[in-house]
Design a protein. Structure first.
Length: 577
């Protein structure tokens, strides 16, 4: 390889020369770095000697014959300018990282239902069967090697990546298995150990928690390996699970029986299709901890619509319904409708500005708060993503993060504001914060104040895979997984000028993040059923309030400095007496 000014020159087998630029960079894993160019994913190994040592050229040639719509297989080798193999290329696989499907928040926003989980899991089963029919062992089909494609008429569809790590015949596995999906009761890797790993991952698609998580007497909460070796799964008597864990009844009967037998007894068999009905059995008893009622909180239902559930609340006091309708909470008026699940709404002078995806382009609509008349506004900016921080609106362009301004100058207009540089491919955007992978070095991108935005190097995120994140006033909270498959909550308290921070790290059971962050710098979160935690990140003050009506299955949000939540599609407020 050679490069100038961050560019790398490579040669693609059967395609010819190609320049890899910094903005093409996607991510760095344990073995190499991935770039995305012209619809192709290009993997460059960190150790080029590995290619010859592990027989990668022969493996790539054989994998190229594995034709399946859900499998992203290599199409050819990548060479340096001196003709030495350094990697391979394959079609770019589009989709959401599977752990996002585990979370209730993402499922509610996307309208991802139990029937979608059944279809996705069955198609993942087809992928494993396909690989086995071709004589391959997947070895490490952990949740980060799966994507969920949620577009098109036949959604959801799985996509499996990192197939160069598969074992083919006598060819060795090229990576170690993630401990959280390892079959500790099998020796080596085989088809049945693959099915165990598949079971661990797909169980989380259904219910949102690892089958060996939850609280069980005699086991430390963060000792996953001990639970797996002891066959002490969530089907064990006495396991305590929060209400955020989806009911096991969402799993088809035959498959639920297979999960229980596989995780509890150590018996290894091929799983049934999730479309197999099986024989109905009694529901698994779930232990919920006893809740002490303090009586300090008041709950008020402020909005509900029969047959149309609330799924999201913006800080400007607008709620999104399942139908796509947008309702202003103050006067309970419909102010518009979203075409996609990835739109944003902010409050502007005399109304609201709605940014939405229409036919692959960002469409901007101004809604007058007096007349409720809507006006389509034009802005010719090629955008990849719509991003909001509190009440500021941005789009992600080829140049980075661009702010969108609204003005009334005789008529309503929008204009492009400042652009802050960002690596577009390798940055994931969440609620008020971007997480950027800069060639393996992790940064957060945080808008703050009225017009500022900054990038801050966060070494605590190096080597972790972010699933959920949210930013508020001088505070960022992130849920990410480590190389062992364990999830951690990383909290960052920023200095006033956002140039430095203090970090803390806590082990958590799942990637769900249930927190409301108020503009005044106060947060509210629910970690366990029966307890609302009110905290001030900058001072460290924490107040824990017990109440039986506080459960982990409600979704916290905020309307300005008020704490709201969604329970069963209804919008409620919670406050102290």
């Amino acid at each position: 390889m050679s490069g100038t000014r961050g560019n790398t020159q490579v040669i693609l087998e059967s395609k010819g020369p190609l320049t890899l630029r910094q903005n093409d960079y996607l991510a760095t894993g344990g073995e190499g770095s991935i770039y995305c160019v012209k619809g192709m994913a290009i993997k460059i190994y960190t150790d080029p000697a590995k290619i010859i040592r592990d027989g990668i050229p022969d493996k790539i040639k054989k994998l190229a014959t594995f034709i399946h719509p859900y499998v992203s297989v290599p199409q050819g080798l990548v060479f340096s300018e001196n003709k030495k193999p350094i990697g391979f290329y394959m079609p770019y696989a589009e989709g959401e990282p599977l752990p996002r499907i585990f979370t209730n928040d993402f499922r509610n926003r996307e309208g991802f239902a139990d029937r979608d989980a059944v279809k996705l899991v069955d198609r993942m089963r087809d992928v494993v069967r396909f690989a086995h029919d071709y004589g391959a062992i997947l070895v490490d089909p952990n949740e980060f090697n799966w994507l969920a494609y949620l577009k098109g008429n036949d959604k959801p569809e799985p996509r499996i990546i990192d197939v160069d790590s598969w074992v083919l015949g006598k060819m060795p596995a090229t990576v170690a298995i993630m401990p959280s999906i390892r079959d500790w009761h099998s020796h080596g890797f085989n088809q049945l150990s693959d099915w165990f790993s598949w079971g661990v991952v797909t169980f989380q698609v259904f219910v949102g928690i690892h089958p060996y998580k939850g609280t069980l007497d005699g086991f430390a909460r963060d000792n996953l390996e001990a639970r797996m070796k002891a066959k002490a799964s969530v089907f064990s008597g006495g396991v305590r699970l929060n209400r955020a864990v989806r009911d096991f009844k969402c799993i088809p009967n035959a498959l639920r029986d297979w999960y229980e037998e596989t995780f509890q007894t150590g018996k290894r068999t091929i799983p049934p299709s999730s479309f197999d009905i099986g024989v109905a059995k009694a529901a698994v008893t779930r232990v919920v901890k006893v809740i002490t009622v303090s009586g300090l909180l008041v709950f008020d239902k402020i909005y509900s619509k029969t047959g149309d559930e609330a799924v999201r609340i913006w800080p400007c006091g607008v709620v999104l319904l399942k139908s796509g309708e947008l309702v202003e909470l103050r006067l309970e008026r419909i102010i518009g409708k979203l075409n996609s699940t990835n739109g944003e709404v902010i409050k502007v002078d005399s109304g609201w500005l709605i940014a939405d995806w229409v036919n692959g382009q960002v469409a901007y609509t101004y809604v007058n708060e007096s007349s409720l008349q809507s006006e389509l506004l034009t802005l010719a900016v090629k955008s990849h993503h719509i991003f909001r921080s509190d009440n500021r609106l941005f789009v992600v362009t080829d140049g980075g993060l661009t702010e969108i301004f609204f003005k009334v100058m005789g008529k309503a207009i929008i204009a492009v504001g400042q652009t802050w540089g960002a690596m577009v491919n390798s940055t994931k955007w969440f609620d008020g914060v971007g997480i950027q992978d800069a060639m393996g070095a992790m940064y957060v991108i945080i808008p703050f104040s009225d017009k500022a935005c900054t990038q801050v190097r966060i070494r605590e995120l190096d080597g972790l895979k972010t699933v959920s994140a949210k930013a508020g006033n001088r505070y960022v909270v992130i849920v990410a997984a480590d190389k062992n498959g364990e999830y951690h909550k990383i909290e960052l308290v920023m200095s006033r000028d956002y140039t430095s921070y203090q970090a803390s790290k806590t082990a958590v059971d799942s990637p769900d993040l249930n927190v409301a962050l108020l503009p005044k710098g106060v947060g509210a979160t629910i970690v366990d059923d029966g307890e609302l935690i009110i905290f001030v990140p900058t001072s460290g003050a924490v107040n824990k309030v017990s109440d039986k009506y506080i459960t982990t299955d409600i979704a916290l949000a905020n309307w300005d400095d008020r704490v709201l939540y969604i329970r069963k599609g209804e919008v409620w407020t919670v406050r102290f007496k």
